[in-house]
Ligand binder design. Structure first.
Ligand SMILES: *[C@@H]1O[C@H](CO)[C@@H](O)[C@H](O)[C@H]1NC(C)=O
Ligand SMILES: *[C@@H]1O[C@H](CO)[C@@H](O)[C@H](O)[C@H]1NC(C)=O
Length: 353
């Protein structure tokens, strides 16, 4: 039995470079899978997790705004890289010393499109996150000067994980316009052309080493399974996600060819997450088709303070109806980290000297 490994296409820079960089600085963009507390600062946001039982397995045992019982994948990858997990952008004092160490702009409910997650009232969309990053750049440039600032941003690594909400909190929601207005082919074109512009904007702001985390098999998350007759994965949804992932890979190849010194990488998490779900016992899990806490998917699918928790949280792949448990994140991060050091064949000529 082979364990699926993360597949990196267009690996024209060694991911090991990230881990070995002398002064590693990371900037993180994304949604609730990587939010470390930004939404707690959005007064009217309904996409919040700052209540029990979130954080029950985090150091201190308190909710921090992370959408899981413990650490996010980003937290675990950071700790493996030997750096502190970058703090939430909205929690950081806007002084340059803090911003220079790396920041996390991720926001629960966010998507590639502006209208994704509209009904959460407030969240930092990917466009908002890029705007905030631009402010970070302006502040750092004012202090360090243009050359030093450019060097700083060119050398940093950017982790981006976005797009899940464009499905689960947009296209797949019957009351949202996009699912009515567009066929899936049209919708995916809209997602990819928007993402193309967004990644180019990040590049123009100085981002060169970008790692884009592909989407997992969303048809198998508990909030989607309940829509099937017998709790099975939604095949159509998984097919759409695979189409999305494959279009993003093509986009990344195109961007690497067109943008000097761009080193974008696609981290394909889909096969690994699917294997975790299909063969939970291989990884020490017992349950992968439902969440640890009992959730009401009709009112959001998050664990609520009155939710009943499973007995052994490490036996569940899913914490709530959307988000992996700390134990699952640990395995995903482990696989990602070991892939940093396994060299992938070059798909394109390296533009670097
Ligand atoms: C989001 O809205 C802003 C204006 O508020 C607009 O400039 C931008 O192009 C929109 N982005 C997307 C992805 O639709
Ligand atoms: C999950 O799988 C188990 C065993 O395979 C089954 O008994 C249970 O009904 C399933 N739960 C859901 C919510 O589908």
């Amino acid at each position: 039995m082979s364990i699926p490994r993360l597949v990196f296409v267009t690996c024209i820079f060694s991911l090991g470079e990230i881990a070995l960089a002398a002064k590693l600085v990371t900037y993180i963009f994304g949604d609730s899978l990587t939010d470390v507390g930004n939404n707690n600062f959005l007064q009217y946001s309904l996409a919040k997790s700052n209540f029990p039982w979130y954080g029950i397995d985090y150091s201190g045992g308190q909710a921090t705004g992370r959408f899981t019982n413990g650490r996010t994948i980003g937290d675990i990858i950071s700790s493996k890289l030997g750096i502190p997990s970058p703090p939430a952008y909205l929690s950081v004092p806007q002084n340059v010393d803090a911003l220079l160490k790396g920041v996390n702009y991720a926001s629960g409910g966010a998507g590639i499109l502006n209208d994704t997650g509209l009904y959460f009232l407030q969240r930092l969309t990917f466009d908002d996150q890029i705007k905030s990053f631009k402010k970070t750049k302006v502040a750092i440039t004012a202090k360090l000067g243009e050359d030093a600032a450019n060097k700083h941003f060119n050398e940093a690594t950017y982790f981006i994980g976005i797009g899940s909400n464009d499905y689960v909190n947009n296209f797949l929601q019957p009351f949202m316009a996009d699912g009515q207005q567009y066929t899936h082919d049209e919708f995916i074109e809209l997602l990819i052309s928007t993402l193309d512009q967004q990644l180019k904007r990040l590049y123009q702001l100085g981002a060169q080493k970008m790692v884009f985390h592909g989407l997992g098999p969303l048809g198998c998350i508990p909030s989607q399974r309940v829509k099937s007759k017998r709790g099975q994965c939604l095949k159509q949804v998984n097919e759409w996600i695979q189409q999305f992932n494959s279009k993003v890979q093509k986009l990344i190849i195109k961007l690497n060819r067109g943008l000097p010194n761009a080193k974008l990488v696609f981290a394909d998490t889909y096969p690994l997450v699917l294997d975790l779900i299909d063969n939970p016992s291989t990884y020490g899990f017992k349950v992968s088709n439902t969440s640890c806490c009992n959730v009401d998917t009709s009112i959001g699918g998050l664990c609520l303070p009155n939710s009943k928790l499973c007995k052994n949280r490490n036996e569940y792949v899913f914490w709530d109806a959307f988000h992996p448990s700390d134990a699952a994140n640990a395995i995903l991060a482990e696989k990602f980290f070991s892939s940093l050091f396994s060299s992938a064949p070059s798909a394109a000529p390296s533009p670097s000297p």
